[in-house]
Write a protein that binds this ligand. Structure first.
Ligand code: ADP
Length: 485
């Protein structure tokens, strides 16, 4: 997977982002610009066409007043005539039309040119249809209007008219507009690309920080480097926070792991050293002395037994960490287990006084695997017995909270000093190492109990006073009726 990604060429997200925004805005601007350009040029074209149509109508109307076939002379005089008679036009209509870029040609019925304001590009049609068409011109298309001219009275054909519009103004505007649009398009693409690039640079800065942190951590996982969380609250700030939490957790695991290895090797060192000492002694001189031999074998057996227990407890501890995954749906009637453990201990330690104070009126079910609850109770009762002094009494209580069930185990023994109360749940922690070792304790019992109970979303607390005794309290959530079915 890693090889695959490194095989591919690295393309920065910033470039991809910039490219994406540039292409996106190019696309949008192109559509908008095309719509504007088409509607604008269309209007311009319609105007030109309207101008030509208007010109044709005016000329036809004016020439129609000549009641005879058109000749050069009568055309001239007809076109300079005043509409209402009297004074002449100051600007003859033909001149006005040529100023409007129209080329006007008038022909007699015999197809002779009788008036021309310029060289026509298309050949006159000389038919009786009034037509306005687009035709091919020298550089571009032109509009050509052709029409027969009829005398106003009698509707007699007196000539032909052809008006051309070379569309020079139209094309000039068209080209200008196209240039402006292309320049604007380039500007938009450039601006949006740059904007995209800088915005992505701004937004992706936290990713750069994550990248740097990963680099530092992958070189040395114990380093304390963390990603600076951005001030604004967004997805990247969330990612940075989650990433830091993940690093914290991973580092906690690493520390725990190395601590565990340290603890285990430390715990195993003593029994191994004892066994080795005995074996050394036997090898050197002791094997010939039956008493020394016997003592050494017995001492070594005690130590191997201790190691066996230690390994078994360590296994229990590592299993206790996974209860949430493996025993999620287990349910147990708490009353039954407490009564059973109480009866067992009463039988095992007849010289102790065990009392059970059961406040529950009916069976209560908790989400916990039966063997695990039993294991926790055994650990606590065992400790109560183990660390009892003169007053050989253990009180067990069973009561109910709002939606919890509470089990108390109280002894009246050595008690635990206040500064050790939090630590006794730590792995391998023993208040009095020598005494605990003598009693066969590895310092793992309470940490197994705590992990098991917390694995089932319960809690375990301790109240103790030195010399007066200790009270361990287990609180477990009661299984809801829905769970119980
Ligand atoms: P151990 O196997 O040594 O008993 P635990 O984890 O069960 O290990 O207990 C840790 C330490 O807490 C013990 O070594 C002991 O010093 C102290 N402790 C536990 N339970 C009691 C108790 N009921 N009274 C006094 N001290 C206790």
């Amino acid at each position: 997977m890693d090889e695959k990604t490194s095989d591919r060429r690295f393309i920065s997200l910033k470039l991809k982002w910039a490219f994406g925004t540039a292409v996106g805005s190019l696309f949008i601007f192109f559509i908008v610009a095309m719509a504007m350009f088409t509607s604008f040029t269309q209007r311009l074209f319609e105007q030109e066409r309207g101008l030509l149509d208007q010109g044709m109508t005016n000329i036809s109307r004016q020439l129609g007043q000549v009641d005879r076939p058109l000749t050069k002379r009568n055309v001239q005089s007809a076109l300079v005539q005043h509409k209402t008679g009297g004074a002449q036009y100051q600007r003859p209509i033909v001149q006005e039309l040529s100023d409007g870029h129209l080329v006007v040609n008038v022909y007699s019925p015999k197809h002779q040119t009788v008036l021309s304001t310029g060289q026509p590009i298309t050949k006159p049609a000389f038919n009786d249809q009034h037509r306005v068409q687009m035709k091919k011109g020298p550089g571009h298309k032109i509009i050509v209007g052709q029409a027969p001219i009829y005398a106003k009275q009698g509707h007699r054909l007196i000539g032909y008219l052809q008006v051309e519009n070379k569309l020079n103004v139209y094309y000039r505007n068209y080209r200008q507009l196209r240039l402006v649009m292309i320049l604007a398009l380039c500007l938009v693409v450039l601006a949006s690309g740059l904007l995209g690039y800088f915005l992505s640079m701004l937004f992706l800065r936290p990713l750069g920080d994550i990248h740097d942190t990963v680099k530092v951590i992958s070189k040395d996982p114990t380093k304390n480097a963390r990603v600076p969380v951005p001030a604004h609250n967004d997805e990247l700030a969330e990612l940075a926070t989650m990433f830091n939490e993940m690093l914290d957790q991973t580092q906690r695991y690493i520390n725990q792991q190395s601590q565990f290895v340290n603890d285990v090797s430390h715990e195993l060192r003593t029994p191994i050293a004892i066994i080795q000492g005995h074996l050394d002694m036997l090898q050197r001189w002791g094997k010939d002395d039956p008493k020394v031999l016997n003592d050494s074998i017995n001492a070594s057996l005690v130590e191997t037994e201790r190691m066996k227990n230690l390994v078994a407890e360590m296994l229990d501890l590592s299993r206790a960490e996974q209860v949430d995954i493996n025993y999620r749906d287990q349910q147990t009637v708490v009353n039954d287990v407490v009564h059973q453990v109480y009866n067992n201990f009463k039988m095992l330690y007849p010289d102790f006084v065990f009392t059970l104070d059961d406040d529950l009126s009916k069976p209560i079910t908790a989400n916990i695997y039966r063997d695990h609850l039993e294991q926790v109770l055994v650990i606590l009762c065992d400790n109560a017995v183990k660390y009892s002094t003169e007053r050989r009494e253990v009180h067990i209580s069973l009561s109910r909270g709002m939606d919890t069930v509470e089990i108390g185990i109280q002894d009246f023994g050595a008690g635990i000093p206040p500064e050790d109360i939090d630590k006794v749940f730590d792995r391998f922690y023993r208040v009095d190492k020598a005494r605990s070792r003598k009693k066969g304790g590895n310092g793992l019992g309470l940490s197994i109990a705590k992990r098991l109970i917390e694995g089932y979303h319960g809690s375990i607390t301790l109240e103790s006073s030195l010399g007066a005794g200790s009270l361990f309290r287990i609180i477990l959530p009661i299984a809801s009726d829905k769970d119980a079915n």
